[in-house]
Design a protein. Structure first.
Length: 307
């Protein structure tokens, strides 16, 4: 059993075009799964990357299960067709709980493979994938309405910090641009950080009243190192052209006033995709499509730990 000389890229919903256009050597497309020749390529629009694809010829579901278990234990289906067959296969494989994660608990540590039925006798699978979550889709224990965060944007930050593998610590200083109504600010303050939230619009009352939250009303981009001082983290979910955001974070990086960033890159057409490479080239950076993103990407930047 030999792996194929290709890599699989599972696109987020409605992002197949962006995935195929960002790759060279595309050989086939199966629903949202794009195969491209050779080793992995940078592909920020992919939600999960299949690092070691195999093509299995099988006689039955039981035979598929047997062959999959030879490769590894834990599997999750991706189905763009033959949905019933995918579910029957999953039911016969070793159980994978895939329970919602309670933030800030770490992500699952066990490798999770992916498979897809192409026909009644053929599967594609990969025992190694980049995401520990089923099809790159992390789920979190959510808060009931009016229980805490004033918007569902907090799920985006849960995911970003989980994938980054670290989060602000008690007492660390965080700057958030475009903070209203306060979903991200609520998360950061709940972690114990000191948060300076900047927006023209107000925060939700329950967030504004948190003792470690300070509100600065006005244009987010006036919050420069000179005006607010150094911070440990800079967060941005503000609506702006990514080129403008890049110039702003370079200001902070060049001043040595912040090293850790979580920023949403919002696009108003493909003409702005050139900024993706600018962010990705910054040391310690990752640009990726979160499950909780829509028509946007997220830039994560964290300096390497010394020593």
């Amino acid at each position: 059993m030999q792996p194929l000389d290709c890599t699989g890229y599972l696109a987020a919903d409605e992002r197949v075009e962006q995935v195929t256009q960002s790759l060279t050597g595309v050989t086939s497309v199966h629903g949202r799964l794009v195969l491209a020749a050779g080793p992995p390529q940078p592909c920020p629009w992919a939600q999960n990357v299949w690092l070691e694809p195999y093509r299995l010829q099988v006689e039955s579901i039981a035979d598929a299960v047997r062959q999959l278990c030879v490769l590894q234990r834990n599997w999750w289906p991706y189905a763009f067709t033959l949905h019933r067959r995918a579910e029957l296969t999953k039911a016969k494989l070793p159980f994978v709980a895939a329970k919602p994660l309670r933030f800030p608990d770490p992500p699952p540590q066990s490798p999770l493979g992916s498979f897809v039925w192409l026909s009644d006798t053929e599967l594609l699978c990969s025992p190694r994938c980049t995401s520990p979550f089923p099809n790159g889709e992390p789920r979190f224990v959510e808060f009931r309405e009016h229980e805490g965060p004033p918007s569902r944007a907090y799920l985006k930050l849960f995911e970003a910090l989980t994938l980054l593998g670290c989060a602000p610590q008690p007492g660390e200083r965080c700057l958030e641009l475009g903070a209203s109504p306060g979903g991200w600010t609520w998360v950061l303050a709940t972690l114990g950080a000191q948060v300076l939230a900047v927006d023209r619009a107000p925060l939700a009352p329950n967030v504004a009243e948190m003792p470690n939250v300070e509100m600065l009303k006005g244009n987010a981009f006036t919050a420069t190192p000179e005006s607010v001082g150094s911070v440990d983290w800079l967060f941005s979910d503000v609506i702006c052209y990514p080129e403008k955001l890049y110039r702003f974070v370079r200001l902070w990086l060049d001043a040595g006033a912040c090293q850790s960033f979580v920023c949403t890159l919002k696009f108003q057409g493909a003409e702005h995709y050139g900024a993706i490479g600018q962010f990705a080239a910054l040391p310690g950076s990752r640009v990726l499509h979160l499950f909780h993103n829509r028509h946007e990407l997220t830039w994560l930047c964290r300096p390497p730990i010394a020593g």
